[in-house]
Design a protein around this ligand. Sequence first.
Ligand code: DON
Length: 325
Amino acid sequence: LISRAFRHQFIIPDWSGFTKHIEDFYWKCKTNSEGKVASYIPQLARMNPDYWGVSVCTIDGQRFSIGDTSIPFTLQSCSKPLTYAIALDRLGQEVVHQYVGQEPSGRNFNELVLDYNKKPHNPMINAGAILVCSLLKSLIKPEMTLAEKFDFTMNYFKKLAGGENLGFNNAIFLSEREAADRNYALGFYMREHNCYPDKSNLKEILDFYFQCCSMEANCDTMAVVAATLANGGICPITEEKVLKPDSVRDVLSLMHSCGMYDYSGQFAFKVGIPAKSGVSGSLLVVIPNVMGICTWSPPLDPLGNSCRGVQFCQELVSEFNFHRY
Ligand code: DON
């Protein structure tokens, strides 16, 4: 038992059979053959649709994994709550929300639309995340070069992940940038409406956004990130205080209402826990004060969420009382 504890594995021998249940849900979801792998860039289109992994990390650092949990994937939109968290932590809620709203957009994640104040609706959709990148670039240590800002951001991501494997996929970054007509359109549209604190560096802001999407990690690592959010900003592995609790509260609030694309309302209703999905098939799930979970499976439903990931969450709350209400 003690050696398991040192290896951060589950030591509660039968925590209501919790890990057994996770395994059962895993096998149940494995047979789900719905959805299509993202095809807008070749590197994602080549992903094996059978990949399926689930990792759990509790707020006291106990770990459990099943399936393809050590294969890296790009964070894509799962980077959005993280960049938003850094912005909140460094600039405070008031400054950040002068530039970006808190409302679900009710539209696709990349739709060319701003809210009635001419702000992007929220930081979990592309427009909002591009705007958050501009805040990181222009308002936090603006003297930093883009290279320095990349390191700064990656270091934050690493701290959230307890120092575990986190990399960068250059091929995906280059492809993202090539296939980014809509993100460029969003970038220019927001510049037209004076959304940015500094509009002189749009090209850099977009490159920075593509870089954040192209950060790479596996399920095990991202479960630690989710657990840091579940633990009020203190990483359960290193015990380092990475984020202020207020920043984490704001991130989780918007993950709850806006984290699952245009399925966010239904997900909040049926599953009732904050989550964020990404186009590579990852899903970050946060059960506040209990644990973080990451699931990864590339096939996506028509709204862009991982089919197996969503099914897993539904199975989870049908068995355990994790729905916030
Ligand atoms: O901006 C894009 O299109 C992708 N790199 C990120 C897409 C994604 O995961 C969808 N997000 N909400």
